[in-house]
Design a protein around this ligand. Structure first.
Ligand SMILES: Cc1cc2nc3c(=O)[nH]c(=O)nc-3n(C[C@H](O)[C@H](O)[C@H](O)COP(=O)(O)OP(=O)(O)OC[C@H]3O[C@@H](n4cnc5c(N)ncnc54)[C@H](O)[C@@H]3O)c2cc1C
Length: 558
C-alpha cells in the first residue's frame, strides 16, 4: 500500500471514476472489483481499515448452517459457493476447519441436524456432473492448495476426544462432523485492498467523508477530513459508492427524495470471548454449543486460543465503539461452562470483542437472529449507490452487484473478474526461511497472515535482530510486523497494530495492559513514522484508553 502521505497527494483535489466510502470488506471488495474492470478508484476510510464490523466478525467464511433453519436457501448456497472460491483464491488465509456437533448419554443424534447437514453438503457442491475420478485427479494436481469439503459424517467417541479434548469430562457418544472455513477478517480486508491497489486503486485511512458533493442533483464527489492535519479536502467522482456498513444510513446526499432509496439499518450486537486453550481446548476442531432457548454458539480454535461466540441482540448503543456487555459475557460463559463442565470466570478471559451487524430493517418486527443476512443495493436520485447488509463471506458478490450496476448505467462492456483474481500469493511455512530466534509457530502464523509477503517480514527480522523479537512474550507475532504495518499498511497507532494488523489486543489482552508493555510497538512505529520521543511516549500511553474503548479486556475488571 502507498504511504498515507502519498495517498493524500494522489487523492486530494483529484478526479476519479469511482469514490468508495468505507474501508471494511465491502468497500475493499468494491474497490477491487471496480479497479479490475478498468475504473479509476479512490477509497476513503474514516478510522482504520476494517475498524468497523469487518474486524469484529466470528472469522468464519461459511454458508451458515443456522440460516438453513430460516430457509434462507439462496443466501446459504451463495455463501457456500463463495466459501469454496475464497479457499481457492486465498488458500493461505482461508482454511477449512472441522466442526463437531456431539451427542451425550442417552441422547440420540438429532435426525433433523443430520438432514440439515445433508442439505448443506448438497448445497456446497460446485462440481455438478463431474465424476469422482475427475474430482480426485484435479484434487491431486493442486495438492496442497486445493480444497473441496468432504461430506459430513459421524465420528466415534475416540475421534471426538482427539479433536476436542475439552469434551473429555462430558463423555460424548459420538458427533456429527462437517466442515466450514475460518480466516482473519482484518487480514482478508487488507489482502483485498492490496489487490485493489495492484489494479490501480488508491486508498486512504483516517479520511472521514463529511459531505457528498452534488451538482445539478447528481452526486459528483465527496469532501473528507484528514485525521492528522484536520484539513478538509474534496475529491471529484463520476460515481459515489457508500459502503459504510452499519453507518450506511448516515451518508446521504442532500436531496434524498424517497426514504426507500436509502437503507434503514437495524443494528444487532454480537459478542465474542477468547480463552486460553489450557482452560478450554477445542484442539483442531470447532464445537457447536447449545446456549438455551434453541440458540447455539460455538467454540473454535483461532490464533492458538479458543474463540467463543456469539450473541445476537438488537442494539441501540454506540455503533462506533460497541462493547461486550456484562450480560453477553455472562451468557457466553454460562453456556460454555454448562456444556464443557468447566468453571471459567471473567478473570480467565484473555480477550473479548463486540461487533454490530448491519442488518436491514424490513418493517416487520422480526428479532435480529431471524433477519436475513442478505445484501441490498440502493440508488438515490443523485445516483449514489449504497451497498450494505450481507456477510464477510459474500463480499465479492456484494461488490459485483454494485459494480455491475455502474457498468449497466454507463453502458460499458466490463465483465467482473474477481472470481479469478488471486488474493495475495500463498506460501507454505516450509517455503519460508526462519532467521535466528524465530520459531516454527511464528513462521506458520506469518505464512497464514501474509502468504508469500511473509518474506518481507522475515527479511527485516534477519537484518535487525531486535525486530525478530516477539511483540508480547510467548506470542508468535514479531516486532518486524509493526514496521511492515507502518511502512506498507498505513498503520498509524498502537491500536492499529495490536487490534487489527496483529490481533494481540484480542488474544493477549492481560499481557498488554500497561503503556510500558506496548512501548516497543510505539518505538517501532515511531521509527517509521518519524515520531519524536515525546510522541512515542504519548502513543504508548494512549493504548490503555484504546483498550477500554474497545472493551477487549474484561478480565481487568474481574
Ligand atoms: C458479531 C458478528 C459476527 C459475524 N460473523 C460473521 C462470520 O463469521 N462470517 C461472515 O461471513 N460474516 C460475519 N459477520 C458479518 C460481517 O462481519 C459483516 O457483514 C461485514 O464485516 C460488514 O462489512 P462492511 O464493509 O459492510 O462494514 P464495516 O466493516 O463496518 O465497514 C464500514 C466502514 O465504513 C467506515 N465509515 C463509516 N462512516 C464513514 C465515513 N463518513 N467516511 C469514511 N468511512 C466511513 C467505517 O469506519 C468502517 O470501517 C458478523 C458480524 C458480526 C457483528
Amino acid at each position: 500500500m502507498l504511504t498515507r502521505a502519498a495517498s493524500i497527494e494522489a487523492i486530494a483535489g483529484r478526479r476519479f471514476e469511482v469514490v468508495v466510502i468505507g474501508g471494511g470488506i465491502t468497500g475493499a471488495g468494491v474497490a477491487l472489483d471496480a479497479a479490475s474492470r478498468g475504473y479509476s478508484v479512490a477509497l476513503l476510510e474514516r478510522g482504520d481499515y476494517a475498524i468497523g464490523t469487518s474486524s469484529r466478525s466470528s472469522k468464519m467464511v461459511h454458508g451458515g448452517l443456522r440460516y438453513l433453519q430460516n430457509l434462507d436457501l439462496g443466501l446459504v448456497r451463495e455463501a457456500l459457493l463463495e466459501r469454496q472460491l475464497m479457499v481457492q483464491l486465498a488458500p493461505h488465509l482461508v482454511y477449512p476447519t472441522p466442526f463437531l456437533i456431539p451427542s451425550f448419554g442417552e441422547q440420540r443424534r438429532d435426525r433433523k441436524v443430520g438432514a440439515g447437514l445433508n442439505m448443506y453438503d448438497v448445497m456446497a457442491t460446485t462440481r455438478v456432473g463431474r465424476s469422482r475420478r475427475e474430482m480426485r485427479s484435479s484434487k491431486e494436481q493442486d495438492e496442497d492448495f486445493y480444497w473441496s469439503p468432504d461430506r459430513h459424517r459421524t465420528i466415534d467417541r475416540e475421534e471426538v476426544l482427539e479433536m476436542v479434548p475439552a469434551l473429555e469430562q462430558r463423555d460424548p457418544n459420538d458427533a456429527y462432523l462437517f466442515y466450514d472455513c475460518q480466516t482473519d477478517d482484518v487480514r482478508l480486508v487488507l489482502t483485498v485492498l492490496g489487490e485493489a491497489e495492484r489494479f490501480g486503486a488508491t486508498m486512504l485511512n483516517g479520511a472521514e467523508v463529511v459531505e457528498v458533493l452534488t451538482r445539478s442533483g447528481r452526486a459528483e464527489g465527496v469532501a473528507f477530513v484528514e485525521a492528522e492535519s484536520g484539513e478538509r479536502f474534496e475529491v471529484e467522482a463520476e460515481n459515489v459508492v457508500n459502503a459504510t456498513g452499519v453507518f450506511a444510513d448516515a451518508i446521504r446526499p442532500e436531496e434524498v427524495i424517497e426514504e426507500e432509496d436509502v437503507p434503514r439499518i437495524k443494528p444487532s450486537r454480537g459478542t465474542h470471548l477468547l480463552v486460553d486453550r489450557a482452560d478450554l481446548s477445542t484442539g483442531s476442531a470447532a464445537c457447536i454449543v447449545p446456549a438455551g432457548s434453541g440458540r447455539q454458539i460455538f467454540a473454535l480454535p483461532w490464533y492458538g486460543r479458543t474463540l467463543v461466540g456469539t450473541t445476537d441482540n438488537d442494539y441501540e448503543g454506540d455503533t462506533e465503539h460497541p462493547h461486550p456487555s456484562d450480560d453477553d459475557v455472562e451468557y457466553l460463559l454460562t453456556a460454555v461452562n454448562d456444556f464443557f463442565g468447566i468453571e471459567l470466570g471473567r478473570g480467565d478471559l484473555v480477550g473479548a470483542y463486540a461487533g454490530v451487524r448491519p442488518l436491514l430493517a424490513t418493517g416487520d418486527p422480526k428479532k435480529s437472529v431471524d433477519i436475513s443476512r442478505k445484501a441490498e443495493l440502493y440508488e438515490t436520485s443523485s445516483r449514489m449507490l449504497t451497498i450494505t447488509g450481507g456477510k464477510l463471506t459474500t463480499w465479492r458478490r456484494m461488490a459485483k452487484m454494485t459494480v455491475d450496476r455502474l457498468v449497466e448505467r454507463e453502458g460499458r462492456e466490463a465483465p467482473c473478474h474477481t472470481a479469478e483474481i488471486p488474493l495475495g500469493m500463498p506460501a507454505r511455512p516450509e517455503d519460508l526461511e526462519a532467521p535466528e530466534g524465530v520459531g516454527e509457530v511464528s513462521i506458520a502464523q506469518l505464512a497464514f497472515r501474509y502468504g508469500h509477503a511473509a518474506r518481507n517480514v522475515l527479511r527485516l527480522a534477519r537484518e535487525d535482530a531486535k525486530l525478530a523479537a516477539p511483540i508480547a512474550e510467548g506470542r508468535p507475532d514479531l516486532l518486524a510486523e509493526v514496521v511492515i504495518a507502518a511502512r506498507h499498511e498505513q498503520a498509524r497507532s498502537v491500536a492499529d497494530v495490536l487490534l487489527r494488523r496483529t490481533r494481540l489486543g484480542l488474544v493477549a489482552a492481560p499481557q498488554l495492559r500497561s503503556a510500558a508493555s506496548v512501548r516497543p510497538v510505539a518505538e517501532a512505529l515511531g521509527g517509521e513514522l518519524g515520531w519524536s520521543r515525546r510522541r512515542v511516549k504519548q502513543e504508548a500511553e494512549a493504548w490503555p484508553a484504546a483498550v477500554a474503548e474497545a472493551g477487549v479486556d474484561p478480565a481487568a475488571s474481574a
